[in-house]
Design a protein around this ligand. Structure first.
Ligand code: 0YR
Ligand code: MG
Length: 369
């Protein structure tokens, strides 16, 4: 399965309702910098990462794929995913400037494309190739209704609708300058969804330790399933202190770039729900290592949807540590086999590949030149 050509693409796809905000970001589009690996046999492998659609930064990612990783891939056998991952990850000039950030996001896109090719060559959906653990589907929770720029009435209505549609869990954003604003919102949502729905809150790294400690104590009245990114992303000791002090479990990982970063949090007892993202760690290869790490510590994995679920659905159906996957529908219409949720469960995909094949129509409609 010789790689003959490396082609990159960049999509900017509108989010629901033209704009969304969390405590740290306000965005209008989801960015999808990606790669198509062409093979001698005519197969095409698709991979991508996820961004906040900043054209200049997104181009650094596609340039890294095309100009740095491309020459390392040309003529290689795409079947050797582990060897190629190491070749790219340990390429000395990239290691010198990278190991996180642009080079790691680019590596993730390439790695996903390689796994997509491997599954297509096998004629199997990736979750089957990886040893399908949950052929009946996996729980979905809905994030796309709890944004910080919405009114409490809108958030309550959205969450109530999700529950009506069968979602077993919902997540809303917190991290406001005055945490009491968030607590009032939490109280309203819990009253609307009833006691049996999993209810998660996400501060996107905004609070300091005293604010998080004080607020997490009050979360206990509302049976919050997890408190996500309470503190600055890389603060291992702070998360460990919080995890020791509160009964609300801590979730994090969407901003972590490597197995080593996850290992530090796990060793410190600083994380309960492991939210590794295939588009931020170095693709499926490193994500699987993180999921194994979680499994070894009996921690559940609930991947963050930097891919908007297309690829995680496969890895989560296959890895025994996974318990649920985040649902955000922003880019699903861009793929040949869009993710589907039915009665609160993601439906297992059937087409060969990693779920990452972008349609020609999406490249046309959302492509940035
Ligand atoms: C907006 N999910 C998240 C969105 C989302 C962010 O920046 O991407 O809220 O990634 O935290 O859990
Ligand atoms: Mg989050």
């Amino acid at each position: 399965m010789k790689i003959t050509k490396i082609e990159t693409f960049l999509l900017h796809v509108p989010v629901t309702g033209s704009q969304i905000a969390d405590s740290a970001h306000r965005i209008t589009h989801w960015g999808v910098p990606g790669v198509i690996l062409h093979t001698a046999g005519g197969l095409r492998g698709y991979g991508y990462t996820g961004t906040h659609a900043h054209t200049a930064l997104d181009r650094l990612i596609t340039d890294c794929i095309a100009q740095t990783y491309g020459p390392l891939l040309e003529g290689e056998d795409a079947q050797d995913v582990q060897r190629l991952w190491r070749k790219l990850c340990h390429f000395p000039p990239a290691q010198w400037v990278g190991r996180s950030g642009i080079t790691q996001l680019a590596l993730a896109a390439v790695d996903i494309a390689l796994w997509d090719l491997k599954a297509k060559a096998a004629g199997l959906p990736l979750w089957k190739l990886l040893g399908g653990c949950r052929p009946g589907g996996i729980e979905a929770y809905n994030t796309d209704g709890g944004w910080l720029n919405l009114t409490t009435a809108q958030v309550v209505e959205n969450c109530r609708r999700f529950v009506g549609e069968g979602y077993p869990g919902v997540k809303i954003k917190v991290g406001s300058p005055n945490p009491n604003d968030d607590l009032r919102r939490i109280e309203a949502v819990r009253a609307a969804i009833g006691p049996d729905v999993k209810f998660m809150v996400d501060a996107n790294g905004k609070w300091d330790l005293p604010t998080a400690l004080n607020t997490a104590r009050k979360f206990e009245d509302y049976d919050i399933y997890w408190f996500e990114e309470p503190l600055w992303y890389d603060d291992v000791e702070g998360h460990a202190a919080l995890a020791r002090a509160t009964r609300t479990p801590v979730a994090l990982g969407e901003q972590l770039y490597s197995l080593d970063a996850f290992a530090a949090f796990v060793r410190a007892g600083a994380v309960h729900f492991v939210q590794a993202d295939v588009t931020r760690v170095g693709g499926i290869t490193e994500w699987w290592q993180v999921a194994d790490l979680a499994l070894a510590h009996h921690l559940p994995v609930a991947p963050h949807a930097g891919d908007m679920g297309q690829v995680h659905l496969h890895t989560a159906l296959a890895h025994p540590a996974c318990t649920m996957v985040e649902f955000i529908p922003w880019i699903r219409h861009c793929f040949e086999e869009p993710i589907v949720v039915k009665d609160g469960l993601f439906v297992p995909p059937q087409q060969p590949g990693a779920g990452s094949t972008v349609t020609a129509g999406a490249l046309q409609e959302f492509g940035i030149r």
